[in-house]
Design a protein around this ligand. Sequence first.
Ligand SMILES: NC(=O)c1ccc[n+]([C@@H]2O[C@H](COP(=O)([O-])OP(=O)(O)OC[C@H]3O[C@@H](n4cnc5c(N)ncnc54)[C@H](OP(=O)(O)O)[C@@H]3O)[C@@H](O)[C@H]2O)c1
Length: 246
Amino acid sequence: MTSLSNKVAFVTGGSRGIGAAIVKRLVADGAAVAFTYVSSAPKADALAAELTQQGGQVLAIRADSADAVALTAAIGQAAAAFGRLDILVNSAGIANGKAMEDHTLTEFRHMMAVHVEAPFVAAQAVLPHMPAGGRIITIGSNLAERVPGANTTLYATSKAALLGLTKGLARDLGPRRITVNLIQPGPTDTDMNPADGPYADWMRNQMAIPEFGRGADVAAFVAWVASEESRFVTGAALTIDGGMSI
Ligand SMILES: NC(=O)c1ccc[n+]([C@@H]2O[C@H](COP(=O)([O-])OP(=O)(O)OC[C@H]3O[C@@H](n4cnc5c(N)ncnc54)[C@H](OP(=O)(O)O)[C@@H]3O)[C@@H](O)[C@H]2O)c1
């Protein structure tokens, strides 16, 4: 028995980066995992094949988080394949850093659709399949609470909205013994934010531990929140950023 034996998880944005690390960790902990991607079919298929070969139960589904119909259908497909959904992890995300006057309204709406609308849609869609003991976990950002530099207005706005979504859903779903939590990473080495990127040294200079986190660091936190041990934690914003925000 491992901590997530007999559990079923649905992870958005699991083909790369933090989401892929979460998929690997949840499978290692014994969960069956369905995950989505939008454009990286080869990476998604390779990850699913690798984990299946190791004995995991894994399903990769193409579903654009900005498309509520596609996301809802993917959740239905996962529930049909695995019987129920105990854990929802909203990890799909995009970055679009630029001066605020250069953002189009279309870009604003797209980021809000992926970061805010999708977790709301996914929460509604999983509920019919989620028993007591369920876990809803969203990957936010430390930029929701402290914005240390320019050109992140849109991103920070969308991640800050998740604080309200998390607390509201925690109140709504607590009586059903479903917890809802937000995990807020800081700089984490991925395609979105590489540790050798142009702003990496600037970020490291603001951290108590002056190095980028790894996807596996965030995944370990997710695994604990997904486990039975976290049963009394809900509505929490849990920051994992090497002390950048302190
Ligand atoms: N890296 C950091 O420093 C950092 C810090 C704080 C928070 N975060 C948050 O952590 C999460 C993961 O970020 P990351 O750094 O791992 O990013 P990443 O390496 O760029 O990976 C993004 C993942 O999200 C998927 N995705 C993007 N748009 C999607 C859409 N419309 N529908 C479905 N899937 C979509 C991608 O799928 P495809 O492969 O198909 O494109 C990919 O699997 C995001 O929510 C991000 O905001 C990251």
